[in-house]
Design a protein around this ligand. Sequence first.
Ligand code: NAI
Length: 316
Amino acid sequence: MAEIRSIGVVGGGQMGSGIAQLAAVNGFEVWLHDADSTALSNAHESISSRIQSIVSKGHLTKEKGAEALKNLRCTSNLEDFRSVDIVIEAIVESEEVKKKLFVRLDNIVKGSAILASNTSSISITRLASATSRPGQQVWSGQLAIAPFVLLELASVERIKLSGILVVIGMHFMNPPPVMKLVEIIRGASTSDDTFNATKFLAERLGKKIICSQDFSGFIVNRILMPMINEAFHALYTGVATKEDIDAGMKFGTNHPMGPLELADHIGLDVCLSIMKVLYAGLGDSKYAPCPLLVQYVDAGRLGRKKGIGVYQYSKM
Ligand code: NAI
């Protein structure tokens, strides 16, 4: 019987570092890997300073903060994922790059490990097809085991489940430690058991769950990204200033952030990648990326993470 004790996170950017932090604070052993050593050390630094800040605000005890940091291990060697129980992939939003990673992971992680993707829009079924574990061919001896999940009343609760071979979408919102939602996406071969185990893990991380079928953009980005793209069109065609477009949606529809401000927060490269997936996957010209969004990305104006996107930021 496998047990989720340790979580491997690939990609130490905005999302991966947040997911690693969330898991470490919730008592899981976490391995964090990034192909870029600078990104990896930046991730470690930003997780440490965020945890210190949570402790100094009194939201976490000093001991729990120290424990969380002990739970976190950063590695530049993906082979260290050999014994993890689940991998959550949070690398660049490119089907080709993600598939290559999934092929590598498939050869590294143990047979019972779950492969989850934090993709914003890419088909889970197609990512799964790159692996030898798209479904749930679970064998123990000659029999498929009915999986189950149970909590142990230990200092750290452990999630136990029988060996399920899976690929699934586990889409956190930005920033993962703060945002309440996880969208779970079932690929064509994702079993109920896999779904239940992933849902249980997300709940252990304190999240509200929604479930989506595997269509481009799933639920949240299918609705959110066309709005952001439309805001770019409004700016591009001179309907209004960026400030007024954002103020319109903030004060007129009660959104906490305007769409252009939100695009900077998400990353314009990520927004563009998602629009391309929506356009290709849903086949309607209404999803074509706005030329201004494309131009900003070409110019390296990727949003907050680069200090400039739609807006300029003095400090990232
Ligand atoms: P990011 O650009 O901040 O970080 C991506 C990281 O992945 C970088 O540090 C990069 O060095 C690393 N990386 C790239 N290829 C790699 C590989 N082959 N192996 C190991 N590391 C690799 O991107 P971000 O924003 O964290 O997004 C990551 C994923 O999460 C994407 O799939 C994105 O669509 C999704 N996502 C993004 C959200 C957002 O608001 N930015 C929200 C929800 C999901």
